[in-house]
Design a protein around this ligand. Sequence first.
Ligand SMILES: Cc1cc2nc3c(=O)[nH]c(=O)nc-3n(C[C@H](O)[C@H](O)[C@H](O)COP(=O)(O)O)c2cc1C
Length: 239
Amino acid sequence: MSYPHPGTAHCQALFAKGVKMKVMAINGSPRKNGNTATLLDRALEGAASKGAATERVDLYDLDFKGCASCFACKRIGGKSYGKCARRDGLKPVLDKISAADTLIFGSPIYFGGISGEMHSFLERLVFPYLAYDEKHTMSFPKKIRTGWIYTMNVPAKWLRLAGYKQLFKQYQSLMARAFGASETLVVTDTWQFDDYSKYVSSMFDPEKKARRRREVFPRDCEKAFAMGARVATPPAGRS
Ligand SMILES: Cc1cc2nc3c(=O)[nH]c(=O)nc-3n(C[C@H](O)[C@H](O)[C@H](O)COP(=O)(O)O)c2cc1C
């Protein structure tokens, strides 16, 4: 899935000047070495292979809450217009993001949606940029590329039935509107426990899970690397 967006001029201008792109990955999983974090790291390696400066933010390390619905970001003439007014552990990250050239979001699927921390983060990131005008103007200062990486237990054949495809489309189109061209990588049937025999998990076949981890996950990692390399460069034919 990809939503082309005309806003690649920023990315092209940096490239033309030889300035390093700043690529940030946002980890919405509590596990720092889990599936999501591993794939985000591969994506950042892909971005670094194109000369980008990279950083991973682990949301679960930060002390923050979701939108407080204070509307300071919408107040006419207010000093926080278009910005989140909350001062907590997320503030420095939001400040950094306003200077980033590419964002890669990663989340495990929890109860059919993104993780709670990722949801709270998105409320704080996107809502301030969204103007309550007739055109729903988005005020992020430039057009940048974004990517989504999702990991989940279900096999690929369940994605449509479980409504996940619609979910991915919704977040991709939100990012395309808020920031610029966006793409999505979906990683299914992930490895959840180091040792399945130690957990109540009879709904899974540990042999099949281990095989998938061995044979398919490395290919998913390659796709993440390729995504990172792609989103850290201007699209072909546009320079
Ligand atoms: C609280 C919780 C809820 C989950 N809900 C779902 C779900 O609705 N659908 C699904 O496919 N997997 C679900 N999973 C499994 C995770 O999405 C999956 O193991 C994921 O790859 C974990 O990512 P991580 O290794 O980065 O932590 C859930 C896991 C947890 C802990």
